[in-house]
Write a protein that binds this ligand. Sequence first.
Ligand SMILES: Nc1ncnc2c1ncn2[C@@H]1O[C@H](COP(=O)(O)OP(=O)(O)OP(=O)(O)O)[C@@H](O)[C@H]1O
Ligand SMILES: [Mg+2]
Length: 154
Amino acid sequence: MSGYYGECTDRPGGMDTGRTSGDCVEVRVTISGQSGVAEAVREAKRTAAKAGFGRSGKMRVATVVSELANNIRFYAGEGRIIIRTITGPSGEWIEIVAEDEGPGIEDVEKAMHDGFSMGGGLGVGLPAVKRMSDDFLIESTQGRGTRVTARIRA
Ligand SMILES: Nc1ncnc2c1ncn2[C@@H]1O[C@H](COP(=O)(O)OP(=O)(O)OP(=O)(O)O)[C@@H](O)[C@H]1O
Ligand SMILES: [Mg+2]
């Protein structure tokens, strides 16, 4: 089991969940080739269930993690998925961070359009992740890597 459980390693920013220290826990899963994708999806389902997400919420969290983990696997080879549960006055949130030090995305705006794929896929992964998220951020620098942050409310 390559997952690591513990207190959040950094503060989720940019969203007013009203979180205070101590109410954020996270699990980290290393993605390396094919290894880690299934584990990340398992952890996503487990975390969502624990946070009280219903059937469709659990499905969204698992699908987002699956899409982002597979993108790391196909386009970067290696990276990590961090799944955080944040408790705030507006309820439970799950924050998913997918980051890698791979080649980065040449044109992020294009990559966010349905049907754009550089890898022979359907090109629907990232747009679907955005639609399933209540809060979505993609940062990518060519030659440096990619980080996607998706937040989903219970
Ligand atoms: N982590 C990443 N590193 C580098 N490029 C990426 C990464 N994630 C996505 N991309 C680029 O963005 C494009 C769009 O990604 P998206 O997930 O939407 O579609 P896809 O992976 O090509 O197909 P699908 O997800 O539908 O199977 C990819 O084809 C790839 O060029
Ligand atoms: Mg994809």
